[in-house]
Design a protein around this ligand. Structure first.
Ligand code: CAA
Length: 391
């Protein structure tokens, strides 16, 4: 199969929350030795949504700079990927479409397969652009990762949204044709409709992820993909950043390569900076890895980058993207650092209060506390309808 594809990621922007909880505060509460968080799972802090933030406000905040730069004329499709959906019927993307003033001649849909959803969205977007290269597709990956208080998963929470504009002749990354696919019916992580927090079998989820690395890499080879040593770096789904290291070591082993520590660091080390301080952002995580890589790497012009997207349950895909000459002029490195730096630290009690909050379900009129300083907020709920504000 030819590696060539002239379609891919034209622009990428992300947003995260108003608040941040450092892992030192969580460790102070539960008595965990901080090395377990900082080194054992590779996490420093987690993004915590304000009472008036949700996947819609995060998604709109991520996408707004893309609209400001490229306009709305060519966007005829919005695909919103999430596994922390707010409605069983209406796509969260329709609220984003409205907040951003996108044209009515547009299809908007929500996609779900745990953390893998944004990669499905990206691949579907490429198919649409191939059919009509004049069109652009806005992909929004937005999630709030929430586990039970005092559970092992608690330290791996986070929240963020990544927006990507998919187009022909992309300015950042061309997505290549070959894709390695893998699906297995496993119960490693799931969230029944009646629950707010996910259920997870931690160790099972790590082995299911590693199985999926093997399966998708095997299929990638069979589909005519590149060999391992051609890649400049690898963006893995990062439920916690240590997982990228585990996954890459596993891949090297499986492919019969040496598992040299420095080689692993070179392959994934520049992809973890944002996820380490944001926490798990589910669908957005692998693309935050890409943002960190593009922002930090010396020069990736014309270099292939490997992507491993994993969604529990489980579906995985291994694919490659080649970095486009001139990409650095289109990065949003300063804004990315600002999105992280602008968060306000909360203490453990403040975090716990936010964690325990949920929107009233009585159908009455309820306003939410004005906490976020971001451009979009969830102002309240009335007659079971979420009310959003842009400013
Ligand atoms: N200093 C340094 N390291 C330490 C340490 C210390 N003081 N104490 C412990 N560690 C190390 C441990 O040795 C271990 O490292 P290895 O995995 O390399 O052996 C690491 O810290 C974690 O320790 P434990 O395994 O004992 O931690 P745990 O039982 O609390 O669970 C977890 C860890 C399973 C990741 C848990 O946080 C969890 O359930 N998270 C949610 C599920 C998840 O993220 N799964 C990942 C795959 S599924 C997926 O990718 C989809 C998704 O997004 C959810």
């Amino acid at each position: 199969m030819s590696h060539d594809s002239a379609i891919g990621i034209h622009d990428l922007s992300f947003a995260t929350t108003e608040f941040v909880l450092p892992h030192t505060a969580l460790a102070g509460h539960n008595g965990t030795e901080i090395g377990k968080y900082h080194i054992g799972i590779g996490q420093r802090s987690m993004s915590v949504p304000a009472a008036d933030e949700d996947i819609v406000t995060l998604g709109a905040a991520a996408a707004a700079p893309i609209i400001a730069r490229h306009g709305t004329d060519r966007i005829r499709t919005v695909v919103f990927a999430t596994e922390s959906s707010i409605d069983q019927a209406k796509s969260a993307g329709v609220y984003v479409h409205s907040l951003l003033g996108l044209q009515s001649a547009c299809r908007v849909v929500e996609l779900k397969q745990a953390c893998y959803g944004a990669t499905a969205a990206l691949q579907f977007a490429i198919g649409l652009v191939r059919r009509d290269p004049g069109q652009q597709v806005l992909v929004v990956a937005s999630d709030v990762s929430k586990y039970e208080l005092d559970s092992p998963g608690e330290a791996t929470q986070g929240a963020a949204a990544v927006a990507m504009l998919v187009s022909a002749d992309p300015a950042l990354v061309r997505i290549e044709n070959a894709s390695g696919l893998f699906t297995a019916d496993v119960m490693d992580f799931w969230r029944p409709n009646y629950r707010d927090a996910a259920l997870v079998d931690g160790q099972e989820s790590i082995s299911a992820y590693l199985q999926a690395v093997e399966g998708s890499w095997k299929d990638y080879g069979e589909q005519g993909g590149r060999s391992l040593d051609e890649f400049a770096a690898f963006c893995y789904h990062q439920p916690f950043t240590k997982m990228a290291y585990k996954a890459h070591r596993h891949l090297l082993n499986y492919a019969g390569h040496d598992t040299d520590k420095d080689d692993i660091e070179r392959a994934v080390g520049q992809t973890v900076a944002y996820n380490a301080v944001i926490g798990n952002s589910y669908t957005a995580s692998v693309y935050l890895g890409l943002a960190a890589l593009l922002d930090q790497a010396e020069d990736l012009t014309d270099r292939p980058v490997g992507f491993l997207s994993y969604g529990s349950g489980s579906v995985a895909e291994f694919f490659a993207g080649t970095v486009v000459p001139g990409y650095r002029q289109h990065l949003r490195s300063e804004a990315n650092l600002e999105a992280i730096a602008r968060r306000k630290p909360v203490d453990y009690a403040g975090y716990r209060e936010l964690h325990e909050r949920s929107l009233p379900t009585d159908g009455g009129d309820h306003s939410t506390p004005a906490q976020t300083t971001g451009r979009f907020r969830l102002a309240g709920i009335s007659n079971h309808k979420r009310l959003y504000q842009a400013r």
